[in-house]
Ligand binder design. Structure first.
Ligand code: NOJ
Ligand code: CA
Length: 606
């Protein structure tokens, strides 16, 4: 399964193990494998169920002691993890230039630990002309001076690991910047060394682009290179030429990039637009989308992307990436994949080979906020997951409108509760824990190519979802001592300082939910069972061993009731809206509008 020579593999794992002893990676979760026998009170996997969420008695660290495992873990760390997306340029500025940076992230690690997340995903910090917020990379092995240095990066990883926080970084394999030396060489002549590393095609009739594909940023996916007389493909901005993943050298180069960061002790990758890597070899036209609404939908949606992404051959690439990752111990691959459930789940593995551990499931973002539709999707997802595949959920990221702006503050609290109670690994988008809405970005400050490209102003652009973090009540929210690259969201958003001591605040809700996940095995790793419901109600059980928890969420604004068929009474662990009196002895839950409940089924005699 591992495509390297034994000598090479051996030295890599040895190197990693040494690092592990120097700076223990986080989280054994009691089952990650801490090397202690299970009889000593620290269960790895108890007989009839998953292990209890206890601190390791030997090392005292919440989730991990760094001592190698004897038994394979029942739940690897990333299944118990709560990921947090740090959009680096908006998180914390450390030097007053108005741009968040890696040193700023280090300064906020204590906060992240306090919040209760256990892993961070850093968005790109690599050298970049910043045409697409750093997703246009000019050097895969460096740190852009705006964000720090490699030394700062190493310090960040060490400081995070010291706090039992894992660190994953963005891998952007679909495209480089047009300033990357590979592309500079590729476009220099048709016979250049790196020419075939990118996707070139002769012009169509009368010099037209080779096919009708539309880039995600708008406009044709093809750009004519005047000097060499061919078009190159760019699925995103013109300045982001797509790499040719059918070229073996490209693959090996990118796998070495992975090893570069894995050697620096990162815990894994979030892989950008993973489903895009391989394109139709015949360059067929995409069919027209009959449901496209001009002016409302992004230009790209005018066609059904049948040939520009999600081609069967992509799964071979994913499997190879996984094999590179598996040269190292205990790492994770998270894939960015916007696809319907039935296609998404193929990225867990294909043709008997392993795929990504966590293909992002964006359905709580992309689907209408409607209980019945979501119930169907959740069940379709739960039912369709391959054996041993682990679910994952997300309600916000740097490409989509903030959850508060999508569904309103009341429903954003409901969405947060679902994020933290549905089965699977959640990812929290920075700022969402404050209930941050979309910001307002004056036209002169807009940097997102999506907005800049839509000359008709039809796309608001994604900068509005990337506002600087509000840490304190100080001017500029303590984000910067200078002038932020885009403004903070307008009042009345309360900062971390303003919310941290208020248990009813958005931040208080996040803390409480993450605390409940830690305290209740059923919430963290328990099974999922839907409870039949109608109207605006979404309800399910989570079960682990003897523990059973009922979750009911009202996705509407009117009161609803749910009777949970069961014998023992319920005990409410958390309810969003105070004042609804439920009949807990008879399993009757009353929910106000915009309300949700987490209730423990009381075992007899408690
Ligand atoms: C997905 C990233 O999240 C987005 O911000 C970026 O524009 C595209 N991929 C292209 O890299
Ligand atoms: Ca800075």
């Amino acid at each position: 399964m591992i495509a390297v020579t034994p000598g090479r593999l051996g030295s890599r794992i040895r190197a990693v193990s040494k690092r592990a002893l120097a700076a223990p990676p986080p989280d054994c979760g009691g089952n990650q494998g801490c090397g202690k026998p299970e009889e000593n009170g620290h269960a790895h996997a108890s007989a009839g169920g998953v292990p209890p969420p206890v601190a390791h008695p030997a090392c005292g660290v919440r989730d991990h002691c760094g001592v190698p495992t004897q038994n394979p873990p029942r739940h690897p760390w990333w299944q118990r993890a709560v990921f947090y997306e740090v959009y680096v340029r908006s998180f914390q500025d450390s030097n007053g230039d108005g741009i968040g940076d890696l040193a700023g992230v280090i300064d906020r690690l204590d906060y992240l630990e306090w919040l209760g997340v256990t892993a961070i995903w850093l968005t790109p910090f690599y050298p970049s002309p910043m045409v697409d917020g750093g997703y246009d990379i000019a050097d895969y092995r460096g740190v852009d001076p705006r964000f720090g240095t490699l030394e700062t990066f190493d310090r960040l990883v060490a400081e995070a690991h010291r706090r039992s926080l894992r660190v994953i970084v963005d891998l952007v394999p679909n495209h480089t910047s047009d300033q990357h030396p590979w592309f500079v060489d590729a476009r220099s002549s048709r016979t250049a060394r790196h020419r075939d590393w990118y996707l070139w095609h002769d012009p169509g009739p009368e010099g037209a682009p080779p096919n009708n594909w539309i880039s995600e940023i708008g406009g044709s996916s093809w750009q004519l290179d005047e000097r060499t007389g061919q078009y190159y493909l760019h699925s995103f901005a013109v300045e982001q030429p797509d790499l040719n993943w059918r070229n073996r050298e490209v693959r090996e180069a990118m796998y070495d990039v992975m090893r570069f960061w894995l050697d620096r002790a990162v815990d894994g990758f979030r892989i950008d637009v993973l489903w895009y890597l391989v394109k139709d070899e015949l360059w067929r036209h995409n069919p027209v989308n009959p449901y496209y609404v001009p002016g409302e939908d992004p230009a790209h949606a005018a066609l059904v992307d049948t040939y520009g992404s999600d081609q069967p051959e992509v799964h071979e690439v994913v499997a190879e990436m996984r094999e590179v990752l598996d040269e190292y111990e205990d790492r994770v691959m998270v894939g960015e994949i916007y696809l319907p459930v039935t296609r998404l789940i193929e990225y867990y593995g294909w043709g008997g080979r392993e795929g990504v551990h966590l293909p992002f499931n964006f359905h709580l973002i992309t689907q209408p906020w409607d209980a019945r539709g979501l119930a169907v999707t959740i069940d379709e997802y739960e039912g369709g997951l391959p054996a041993n595949a682990w679910p994952t959920w997300v309600i916000g990221n740097h490409d989509k409108p903030r959850v508060v702006s999508r569904v309103g503050t009341g429903q954003a609290r409901v969405a947060t509760l679902l994020l933290c109670t549905l089965r699977g690994t959640p990812t929290v988008y920075y700022g969402d824990e404050l209930g941050m809405p979309n910001g307002h970005v004056p036209h002169a400050l807009v940097t997102d190519p999506l907005a800049l490209n839509a000359a008709d102003g039809s796309q608001e652009g994604r900068d509005e979802y990337r506002s600087p973090m509000a840490w304190t009540r100080a001017p500029q929210g303590g984000f910067t001592s200078g002038s932020p690259w885009i403004p903070l969201p307008e009042a009345p958003l309360e900062s971390v300082e303003g919310q941290r001591d208020d248990p009813d605040s958005f931040l208080g809700l996040y803390r409480k939910l993450l605390e409940l996940r830690r305290a209740h095995e059923a919430l963290q790793v328990g099974r999922y069972l839907p409870i039949p419901a109608s109207g605006d109600l979404l309800a399910f059980r989570r079960l682990a061993g003897e523990e059973e928890i009922v979750v009911a969420a009202n996705l509407g604004h009117e009161p609803v009731e749910l009777t949970v068929p069961q014998e023992p009474p319920l005990r409410i662990l958390l309810q969003l809206v105070e004042g609804s009196v439920s009949d807990l002895a008879h399993g009757r839950l009353r929910l106000a509008g915009d309300d949700a409940v987490i209730a423990l089924v009381q075992p007899p005699g408690t």
